[in-house]
Design a protein around this ligand. Structure first.
Ligand SMILES: Nc1nc2c(ncn2[C@@H]2O[C@H](COP(=O)(O)OP(=O)(O)OP(=O)(O)O)[C@@H](O)[C@H]2O)c(=O)[nH]1
Ligand SMILES: [Mg+2]
Length: 277
């Protein structure tokens, strides 16, 4: 789910020497889109609010004009559709993740079922480091007693539980899918959790824990021939997460640099490229 620091990364870093960060991320999206635009895929993204779906979608669809990658969180309230109106065959659909707006999820499941394209489902998670919507610290229940490391942990644990619930919702719809499903778990926000990456890997990859249990259930329901699962992680920048009254809940990790970021983006590109038909 991420590159080991020794060996491979240095090699990748050399390959990535030309990648200058922000514009490189956007260029990466444009390159991806240019290659995949004549394919037959429908890329759909699920996941909780504030995990990075819109950001991923804008980048993957090469649509960087409106996306300055400035770390601002404008939560989505409607389905976003980054396909260019029938001109291209890669269509990126992103329903909003906040629970109040999730009615569109069932609409999306219907579209997947009716689509003649091969669906790639990306479940976007971020180790519970969901962006706080534009809220003051005191209005977030976990922080009613202030910004302490215990409170940050409980904010994150609750969101990790929400990520699990969101995955369970997809699993609950599994019997409706009548097509092969390519499934990616994309863990965004490496820049925030990088020092804890072993714990992150454990959470999403351990067969003994609920995340993989749900993936196994999905595989069982769809049949191993109709389901593939890959897990990867990325970051789109170095964005601290703050409340509207400027309390910093999550900070970018010291030591997380552009080479790590670009190497992972490249591998993600290769992964999704390989899935696109
Ligand atoms: N630090 C960091 N922040 C990120 C990353 N990816 C996205 N973000 C930030 O996370 C916030 C939420 O991203 P969005 O893409 O809007 O999230 P979403 O999943 O579409 O959220 P909803 O629309 O509510 O469902 C934004 O402020 C992004 O800039 C990342 O890799 N690292
Ligand atoms: Mg969004």
């Amino acid at each position: 789910m991420f590159l080991e620091l020794v060996g491979g990364l240095a090699a990748d870093a050399a390959v990535n020497a030309a990648y200058e960060n922000r514009s490189a991320v956007l260029q990466w999206g444009r390159d991806f889109y240019a290659r995949c635009k004549d394919g037959k895929n429908l890329i759909v993204m699920f996941g909780c609010g504030g995990t990075g779906k819109s950001t991923t979608g804008q980048i993957l669809s090469g649509n960087s004009a409106g996306n300055q990658l400035n770390g601002e969180y404008n939560l989505s309230t409607k389905m976003e559709n980054w396909g260019l109106k029938g001109r291209f065959f890669v269509n990126v659909k992103i329903p909003p993740g906040q629970e109040t707006y999730r009615a569109t999820w069932s609409q999306l499941v219907r579209e997947i079922i009716e689509s003649k394209r091969v669906p790639i489902i990306i479940n976007v998670v971020c180790w519970g480091m969901h962006s706080p919507a534009k809220l003051e610290l005191s209005s977030i229940p976990e922080f009613s007693t202030g910004l302490t490391s215990d409170n940050i942990n409980s904010y994150r644990s609750r969101r990790l539980a929400d990520e699990q619930k969101a995955l369970d919702e997809i699993v609950a719809h599994a019997d409706l899918f009548k097509t092969k499903i390519k499934f990616i778990t994309l863990v965004t926000k490496q820049d925030l959790w990088w020092p804890d990456r072993m714990a992150v890997r454990q959470h999403y990859q351990s067969e003994a824990l609920p995340y993989q249990a749900a993936i196994s259930k999905l595989r069982g329901l769809l049949g191993a021939n109709n389901f593939s699962h890959e897990i990867w992680s990325v970051s789109y920048g170095h964005f601290n997460h703050r409340t509207i009254d400027n309390h910093q809940i999550f900070s970018t990790a010291a030591g997380y640099d552009d080479n790590i970021q670009n190497s992972h983006l490249k591998r993600f590109e290769a992964l999704i490229d390989g899935m696109c038909e």
